[in-house]
Write a protein that binds this ligand. Sequence first.
Ligand SMILES: C[S@@+](CC[C@H](N)C(=O)[O-])C[C@H]1O[C@@H](n2cnc3c(N)ncnc32)[C@H](O)[C@@H]1O
Length: 186
Amino acid sequence: MTDKIDKWLRSGPEAVLRKAGLREGNRVLDLGCGQGRYAIPAARIVGDTGWVHAVDKDRQNLREVKRRAAKEGLRNIDTVHVHVARHSAIPIQPGTIDVILIYDVLHGFPEKAERDNLLRQVHRLLRPGGFLSCCLTHLREFGWTYKKTLAEIADAGFRLRRQFRPTLVHAGKLVRVRIFQFAKPG
Ligand SMILES: C[S@@+](CC[C@H](N)C(=O)[O-])C[C@H]1O[C@@H](n2cnc3c(N)ncnc32)[C@H](O)[C@@H]1O
């Protein structure tokens, strides 16, 4: 199993992001980036003509993202330290982002007012025609359902375009998850 996990960690995140539709030249925001499992391969995919903002509330995670980016010689990524809460704003210019990733993060927003603020901000930051890629995890623990969560995201002004079901490493295990792709109508 460890071999399989190691193998996935080497090439799996990049494959997931390509399936999600990331392309060279995209401007990406990874919200709740952790230590950069997706932000680093996203920077590889978008290349010199794109950019990745890696956003997290945990400074230690952001230091690790910087370390990994430096190790790979990636110059197209910055880290943004912000604790997104009911009243906080992500300090990035509205309407400038092509793709926002929210992977394994939404459960960190158990209060509806916080989720609403988060989704309002995501909507504001995306350019019209941009998309939100959302990997929903831990729903059962919080008594949520896909239906309820997808409805909340739709209420924030997004349109569900498609979903895919990759296998990825979550909480140290290979599991099958659902990733939902939402558009911000142009
Ligand atoms: C489970 S990790 C997921 C990391 C990464 N997205 C992945 O899938 O590997 C959740 C991350 O979201 C961050 N996070 C949780 N709540 C947050 C908030 N309110 N504002 C900013 N970051 C937050 C945590 O610090 C953590 O790094």
